[in-house]
Write a protein that binds this ligand. Structure first.
Ligand code: UD1
Length: 430
């Protein structure tokens, strides 16, 4: 199994191309099940989760072709992928596939809307909390679906004549449930209003793509989304928006090591709250024509408190990385996680590098230390694993991160992007 060895101590200088957003690419790919026409997605990142979803969509009948010619984007390679699902050949998403990636559960929305039925495995437990599916069930039931749970599967059927537009207010903000309800409602009879909808940029990206396919969606990006049902959707061509989590991760890496880096092909407005926290920690951040410049010269890292929240709040997907940064601050900081319980598994791994962190409920208290020391550490989930990389970049000596398949799920060419900016990061294949 691959591991990543980081030899700490180098500043980062150069250009890091930012990939298309994994969390936008996945729902956009799933939206291809809503039409028998071709959906072409540009700027799709090359990640394990994308490959897994390609297999899942193929299982439902999608014909998928990846552009032979890769689109060169700085030093990164974005891909253009065509999805054509003339017929849905299978409305079942089996446990073996859904259990590997929670987002694949989202196929329930398009399958139900287009075929009137779906049998989708419950995603099962997850390393970062229980992550139930009650909101999906309630949302789809509001559209008239009949939903039964049987042997670990959700059997959903639409009324004869299809789903029916309705008004539904989510009791809690959920990105996935908003994606699914929005997709399902595009083909419902009548108008649907989703209240307390997720406002994440990826929801807006999905709505834009669905509208390009002929849907009638307004309000995406606000907490009330209105969808006027249409009888069918067509194909479209859509470019996946830049990955704000990858952007924030590299911005924090530069804040950690010091140096001067241009994050290319991204957009500061996707992550204002996180960039503000990084600024307060001592880095300078300025938008450029093609992205963002991040630099920290001389000054140390200041302690900053953050609380995770749904967009536009501080993203939970950047919490672990920010904790990595705070381990080297000049004082005491507090990080409170409000989205997922049990999303602190990186704490004990960071402690192995010499970090001083104490947990009390959903809040971590981080006492900055003057130095970290390299050690073998284990990646526990996608975002936790990259916080270990950030810490490893300044730790004395070697940090060996095992279980890097977590990283490969969400970070495209991580070691290449960091190495080109002067870091010593190497993949070791046993
Ligand atoms: C998405 C992101 C993930 C990010 C998360 C929160 C993708 C592929 N994943 O995950 O990276 O960390 O948003 O920004 O886009 N919940 C329920 N019942 C439900 C559904 C969710 O209680 O039916 C809870 C979850 O347990 C969690 C909270 O709602 O506590 C938010 O989860 P949600 O926004 O649904 O996360 P995902 O869409 O799975």
């Amino acid at each position: 199994m691959d591991r990543i060895r980081i030899t700490g101590g180098n500043e980062l200088h150069g250009i890091i191309p930012i990939s298309g957003a994994k969390n936008a690419a996945l729902p956009l790919m799933i939206a291809s099940l809503l039409t028998d026409d071709t959906l072409t997605l540009e700027n799709v990142p090359h990640l394990a989760d994308v490959e897994q979803l390609i297999r899942i969509l193929g299982n439902h009948g999608a014909d998928i072709s990846v552009n032979g010619r890769r689109e060169r984007q700085g030093e990164s390679y974005a891909r253009t992928i065509h999805f054509t699902c003339r017929n849905i050949v299978d409305t079942t998403a089996p446990y073996e596939l859904v259990s590997k990636m929670r987002a694949s559960f989202w196929v329930i929305g398009p399958l139900l809307a287009r075929e009137g039925k779906a049998r989708v495995s419950l995603p099962g437990g997850c390393a970062i909390g229980t992550r139930p599916v009650d909101l999906f069930i309630e949302g789809l039931a509001a559209l008239g679906a009949n939903i039964e749970i049987d042997s670990g599967y959700i059997n959903a059927t639409a009324p004869t004549g299809g789903l029916i537009g309705a008004r539904y207010v989510f009791p809690k903000v959920s990105v996935g449930a908003t994606h699914v309800m929005m997709m399902a409602a595009t083909l419902a009879n009548g108008t649907t209003t989703i209240g307390n909808a997720a406002r994440e940029p990826e929801v807006v990206d999905l709505a834009n793509c669905l509208n390009a396919m002929g849907a009638k969606i307004t309000g995406a990006g606000t907490s009330t989304i209105t969808i006027e049902g249409v009888t069918s959707l067509s194909g479209a061509r859509h470019r996946v928006l830049p990955d704000r989590i990858e952007t924030g991760t590299y911005a924090m890496a530069v804040a950690m090591t010091g140096g001067d880096v241009i994050l290319e092909g991204t957009d500061a407005s996707l992550l204002d709250t996180a960039l503000e926290a990084i600024r307060r920690a001592g880095a300078e951040i300025t938008p450029t024509e093609t992205g963002i410049r991040v630099y920290r010269n001389g000054g140390g890292i200041k302690p900053v408190d953050v609380v995770t929240d749904p967009f536009p709040g501080f993203p939970t997907d950047l919490q672990a990385q920010f904790m990595g940064l705070m381990t080297r601050s000049s004082g005491v900081s507090h990080i409170t996680e409000t989205i997922f319980e049990n999303r602190f598994m990186h704490v004990q791994e960071l402690a192995r590098l010499g970090a001083r962190i104490t947990l009390s409920g959903q809040t971590a208290k981080i006492e900055g230390v003057p130095r970290l020391k390299g050690a073998p550490v284990m990646a526990t989930d996608l975002r936790a694993s990259v916080s270990l990389v950030i810490a490893g970049l300044v730790a004395e000596g070697d940090t060996m991160v095992s279980r890097v398949y977590h990283l490969d799920r969400g970070f495209e060419r991580l070691e290449e992007k960091l190495t080109r900016c002067g870091a010593i990061v190497e993949r070791v294949t046993d």
